[in-house]
Design a protein around this ligand. Structure first.
Ligand code: MG
Length: 303
């Protein structure tokens, strides 16, 4: 069902060529409490995503056919796939990052750092070398709605890199208020990380920062790449041209590789995350509070 005859705000001509004026925003599925963690499975042409408070993960086809993929989900949040196609998930309930093996068994990849439990892994991305990078804010232990209310054992809310072969977990950034979504630039020379700390402290800037990835996988820089002018950045994705498509309070904001806000797609609910899908990876799936929306764009998700 189309929900808005004109969902676009075009702020720069670059964005004009990335959207189709006659492509409408469709509400593909609804009935969730907080939809998050969308991940596209091109081999099955389905979208998996989390419905965090409802303790379930859902499976959605291109035709809008909806089913439960996993319940209970241990309050799963962000999802991605590794280089072998296996599902990698952040779970608030177990305060861990897990991998779903091909036979369906679930392997815990990380649940502690320096002998203390992680806070509540939120979002995750896998680099082409197989390393797994995830954020560890405190949202999943702040209350009972999206996990189990618990004290924070870690001194900080870090961004981590995990070597799945050795199990070595390394803190790569430790100065975020609440690190949240993260994604690499197409050539993987940059790692973008969102700070959503304004959720609980209005003085925290709603920004996405850019870090340079060194040859030894250490991070440098960390300058502000994009500033969100409505709500806060949660999850986001990067397209093949390096544009950042991020969640925000009023919809999806698109930032060019130079950090300029070039356009918006207005969505009638607060957006938590996005993922490119479809046979051409040009359909942007948007998890937004109670619903999942879809819209065809002239951009393709970076693989
Ligand atoms: Mg998130």
């Amino acid at each position: 069902m189309s929900v808005d005859p004109s969902p676009y705000l075009i702020l720069d001509r670059r964005f004009r060529y990335m959207v189709q004026p006659n492509a409408k925003l469709d509400r593909v599925a609804t009935g969730f409490r907080w939809a998050e963690g969308p991940v596209w499975f091109s081999d099955h042409q389905v979208l998996l995503f989390s419905d965090i408070p409802n303790q379930r993960m859902m499976r959605l086809t291109m035709d809008g056919e909806l089913s439960v993929f996993r319940a209970p989900s241990n309050f799963a949040n962000g999802n991605t796939r590794d280089r072998q196609g296996r599902l990698i998930s952040c779970q608030h309930g177990t305060r861990s990052v897990t991998r779903t093996e091909i036979d369906g068994t679930i392997t815990t990849l990380a649940d502690s750092y320096q002998g203390k439990r992680l806070n509540s892994p939120n979002d995750v991305v896998v680099r082409s070398d197989g390393s797994i990078w995830f954020t560890d804010p405190s949202y999943g232990i702040l209350g009972h709605y999206e996990g189990f209310k618990s004290p924070q054992d870690q001194a900080k809310r870090n961004v981590y890199r995990l070597d799945p072969a050795s199990g070595t977990l390394t803190s790569v950034v430790d100065d975020f208020v609440q690190p949240n979504g993260l994604a690499f630039s197409p050539d993987e020379s940059l790692l973008y990380v969102a700070d959503s700390g304004s959720s609980h402290d209005p003085d925290v800037p709603s920004v996405i920062r850019a870090f340079r990835v060194g040859p030894d996988l250490s991070l440098g820089g960390g300058e502000v790449h994009a500033t969100i002018d409505n709500g806060l950045p949660d999850g986001f994705r990067v397209d093949t041209d390096g544009n950042v498509w991020t969640s925000a309070g009023d919809g999806v904001h698109c930032f060019a590789p130079d950090g300029m806000l070039i356009g918006k797609i207005f969505v009638p609910e607060a957006v938590a995350n996005v993922a490119f899908g479809g046979p051409k990876r040009n359909r942007l799936f948007i998890t937004a509070t109670t619903s999942v929306y879809g819209i065809f764009v002239d951009a393709q998700g970076a693989v």
